[in-house]
Write a protein of this length. Sequence first.
Length: 330
Amino acid sequence: MSRQDEPQRHLSIDGFSEYLAAGAPSALKIDGEPVVYISFDPNLPRLTLRTPLGKQSIPDLSGYDRISASSVYWNDGQWCELRLDGEIIKDAYPIFCSIADRIQLRAMNFGGAVVDALGSLRELLSGKGRLSHEQEIGLYGEVLLVCSLLSTMPASEVLASWRGPEAEEHDFTLHFDDVEVKCTTAEERAHWVNGFRQLEPTVGRKLWLLSVQLTAAGSSGTSLAELVAQTRSLLADPALLRELDQKLALLNWRDDSAALYGRRYRLRSLPRLFQIDDGFPALTPSRFESAGLAHERVSQIRYQIDLEGLPGASEFPRELTNFCAGGEFV
């Protein structure tokens, strides 16, 4: 799922937690220009970010209780320092990583990077930006399939087939088949279904449920933020890249909150494909009608299906062969 020869830009949340548990002060140098260090002392506890002062501006953070910005003499020179004190340093670490990205990858001034990141944090805390865990895992599964399809289909066709962002009934529309992607981090192969029509086949087309099980991983895994970045790297055409970004935005992906999605995952098991036929356990309008029930009187429905022990399909759309075989996705 990830390219092992590509170094990770930031220490993962799991790795950061291990450093904190060790109890020793540490400093991490973030590769890029200008140089940025993220340091932490679990005993205080304190988290700091430093970058050379130069012509950088220092933001006024007097309105904050536990976070401050100043110029300091450190490591034989003058540096900008962002400091946070308190038990929330683990939660604040992704924000500090996002500030480093703004400084190095987007060439932002230290003061502007800090103010911009804290502004995004306020939006996240108000519930406007952070994907729920279920949304994060759901998006992970869909982007994972996009990566797989890019290895077997023209990129324009892959993006055209990805219909979930447009709130279509099914996530992917292939040449002759429709696919609904379900992704979970649970040990059991169980998935939530939202609404009557999510598992209702379109007339004249087969519908498949693609079941993906993930488990948390360390350096051997890939985070959602990394997966999005790797998917973008597969698109050379700027127009297709814009189309991908538009679809991600429709699913509430925001680049300025990418550092919040640092937990890495890998496949818990090989993906399984199930055809939605008469024997598949699903609640659909046609089945309600067959039973003489008025489904339109049920305004909302959400249910979980347990697929443990249910045999998967032995034959399935050729576009999904690589994915279901557990092949490299990126």
